[in-house]
Design a protein around this ligand. Structure first.
Ligand code: NAD
Ligand code: GDD
Length: 327
């Protein structure tokens, strides 16, 4: 039986990944600073620990592991990563997790390690035109990410590749493009646009309005988490090291995305565009490389993933409303 460690198993993608590995017959250890918020993890062993501490990395990374999936990071949507107020924490916390995990993996002789990078590492100057952003893998350099979160991801990609080069540990690196779905953060300030828009629509009174940050003409592509996990497993099982995009090519403007969610809800709502943290003007995954190297690319239509996510977020809102209020 193969043994894997998932770092960040208390998080959104980590929780889904643990369950996927279990369904494939793996023995799985999870580690995170917190339990999975929605109980979405079937790990055989779950360690509450802070990977910024090298002793924690040394404890959870044992020499019997076949694979490590490093997803632990200080992470959030535009309201968290693009305001500037969390930059030092994001860079400090995430890079320490990566350093400690890699060093312990090297010391314990673990063969293969996955790293979750982000589309936020692509240069800002290639993402100014909302209708024609460039996010092919080789366009990463000369580097010019628009956020410190993106710079940290770019540095850490290089860190994983340096450990591969100097210490023989096999790195597999994916650049995720805005992953969404059930069991993901949907309120509290770290939520990304797909969950935020679903929440706003679900909470709005029929006939009312919802607020969308910016002019709504900025574009993104959003990928349902099941496809993300499929891509992680395919990359991890392949001979290709990456970095490679794991994202959807179904680009959409934020206002059109809001209209899609409104349509799914069956409500009659108008859109109010307001100032807010924006990030790049346009972004879309480029799936040429993943198709070439893995013979696969995500194919689930956006609307299908959004329908599932809208239903789940609506249920969460109802559950919260039913919670007893503390005296
Ligand atoms: P998430 O915030 O739900 O999960 C990250 C987990 O890491 C959290 O549970 C958090 O508690 C944990 N963590 C943070 N600091 C830690 C520490 N010091 N020690 C142990 N655990 C720690 O985020 P996610 O959406 O599941 O993202 C997973 C990974 O994918 C992250 O590295 C993120 O940067 C990357 N990524 C995600 C997206 C996306 O759209 N979700 C896009 C690009 C990249
Ligand atoms: N979060 C959020 N909430 N964004 C909104 C909202 C809202 O209510 N309304 C409009 N937006 C707009 C943002 O202003 C931004 O222009 C766009 O929707 C997308 O925002 P996010 O989904 O929050 O982030 P992102 O796509 O810019 O970046 C995310 O994806 C990256 C990978 O592609 C972040 O989560 C990054 O951390 C991640 O690496």
């Amino acid at each position: 039986m193969k043994k894997a460690l998932v770092c960040g198993a208390g998080g959104f993608i980590g929780g889904h990944l643990v369950n996927r590995l279990k369904s494939e017959g793996y023995w799985v250890r999870g580690v995170d600073v917190k339990e999975n918020e929605y109980g979405n993890t079937n790990a055989d062993e779950f360690v509450i620990g802070d990977l910024r501490n090298p002793e924690v990395a040394d404890e959870v990374i044992t020499s019997d592991l076949d694979e490590i999936y490093q997803l632990a990071a200080d992470m959030g949507g535009a309201g968290f990563v693009f305001t500037g107020t969390n930059d030092a924490a994001i860079m400090h916390n995430s890079v320490l997790c990566n350093l400690n995990v890699l060093e312990a993996a090297k010391n314990k002789g673990v063969k293969r390690i996955f790293y979750s990078s982000s589309a936020c590492m692509y240069p800002e100057h290639n993402q100014m035109d909302p209708n024609n952003p460039k996010c092919s893998e080789e366009s990463a350099y000369p580097a010019n990410p628009d956020s410190e979160y993106g710079w940290e991801k770019l540095f850490s990609e290089r860190l994983f590749l340096a450990y591969q080069k100097n210490h023989g540990i096999e790195a597999r690196i994916a650049r995720f493009h805005n992953i969404f779905g059930p069991m993901g953060t949907w309120d509290g300030g770290r939520e990304k646009a797909p969950a935020a828009v679903c929440r706003k629509v679900a909470m709005a009174e029929d006939g009312g309005s919802i607020e969308i940050w910016g002019d709504g003409k900025q574009t993104r592509s959003f990928l349902i988490v099941d496809e993300c996990v499929e891509g992680i497993r395919r990359l991890m099982s392949s001979d290709f090291s990456g970095p490679v995009n794991i994202g959807s090519e179904e680009m959409i403007s934020l206002n059109d995305f809001a209209k899609m969610v409104i349509d799914i809800s069956g409500k009659n709502l108008s859109i109010n565009n307001i100032p807010g943290p924006l990030g790049v003007r346009g972004r879309n995954s480029d799936n040429h490389l993943i198709t070439e190297k893995l013979g696969w690319a995500p194919s689930t239509p956006l609307r299908k993933g959004v329908e599932k996510t809208y239903d789940w977020i609506s249920e969460q809102i109802q559950k919260k409303e039913l919670e007893p209020v503390e005296a």
